[in-house]
Write a protein that binds this ligand. Structure first.
Ligand SMILES: [Zn+2]
Length: 318
């Protein structure tokens, strides 16, 4: 009798402790929102074990042309942290970032310490781009457009962004700083390995000239010694002029450009039209991951696919 009573108490007490430990851990997970898939993947890996960030630009939408939905705005207003690349990369964030409540920390990853940035290239053919070193901006009005924001396409830059992500999350939630820092360290090791793998993979096509739909590839190209000869559009939201297309057509012929790459989320007719009467092949690249499911591995899939797609078109036919 006494024993059974004691056991009931013990069971009750154990139950209370179980409930207590289930309810009390640190606090709720941080609420984190990220604009684009590649950044979302990096943030996901740094947060692993401490929640999952939300993604804004989903599916095949392009960050260059995305329009903020009312549901995005309300999600953002409840976030602890909002990660984006830059005002120029995600123009839809400019207005909303200014109107968010003070508790939402807006983090512009292009400003991460140690990031290597290059100016935008706006000419049709990039060999001529030094002509515009006066800093004149041909299409946009805003100053940030002078920097090419596709900086995540260099895994070494991604490491600098990972450091910044871990720093911000650790400041927001110091009790999990050790986890964030350990995740970041592991991710940076994987990024170094990825970069070495891509360098080996791309060596055979280094220097073979090609043309892209929009100039997303500068960082990838410089890291792996590829040769982008020009881009069809100045910026995906602006249709290319007839003059630009004719310059590009001449360039493709004079360089013997091997490939012209379309992108899945933009009209491919321009690219088909451009290679007519030349010996260039057409291919498709997906530098913003529009065809890849978001998640932890997206960054690695994105860069490996990019290398595969470039190699597939640029390699000499067997
Ligand atoms: Zn882009």
């Amino acid at each position: 009798m006494h024993g059974a009573y004691g056991r009931t108490w013990a069971a009750l007490l154990a139950g209370c402790i179980a409930i207590w430990t289930a309810v009390s851990p640190a606090a709720a997970d941080l609420s984190v929102v990220v604009t684009i898939k590649p950044l979302h993947a990096l943030v996901s890996q740094v947060m692993a074990g401490a929640g999952t960030p939300e993604l804004l630009v989903k599916g095949s939408a392009s960050p260059h042309t995305y329009a903020l939905k009312p549901s995005d705005a309300s999600r953002l207003s409840q976030a602890d942290v909002f990660f984006r690349m830059s005002e120029a990369m995600e123009p839809f964030t400019v207005k909303v970032a200014k109107s968010l409540p003070k508790h939402v920390q807006v983090v512009t990853l292009q400003n991460a310490r140690g990031l290597k940035l290059y100016p935008r290239r706006t000419s049709a053919t990039f060999d001529d781009d030094h002509d515009h070193a006066d800093g004149s901006d041909h299409d946009h009005g805003h100053g940030q457009a002078l920097t090419d924001s596709h900086a995540w396409l260099d895994p070494i830059n991604a490491k600098a962004m990972v450091d910044r992500i871990a720093q911000v999350l650790s400041e927001k939630e110091p009790s999990r700083a050790a986890l964030f820092n350990a995740n970041a360290a592991a991710l940076k090791t994987k990024l170094d390995a990825l970069s070495a793998e891509l360098a080996r993979d791309l060596t055979p096509v280094a220097g073979r000239p090609y043309v892209v739909f929009h100039d997303a590839l500068q960082y990838f190209e410089r890291r792996y010694k590829l040769r982008v000869a020009g881009s069809v559009s100045v910026s995906p939201e602006v249709p290319p002029s007839a003059k630009r297309l004719s310059e590009l057509r001449k360039k493709i012929a004079s360089l013997g450009a091997v490939c012209v790459f379309a992108e899945p989320q933009f009209d491919t007719r321009l690219v088909d039209n451009l290679v007519e009467g030349t010996r260039a092949r057409t291919g498709t690249i997906d530098p913003e991951g529009s065809r890849i499911e978001p998640g932890l591995d997206l960054y690695f899939t994105l860069l490996r696919n990019l290398a595969q797609d470039l190699k597939g078109c640029l390699s000499p036919p067997a």
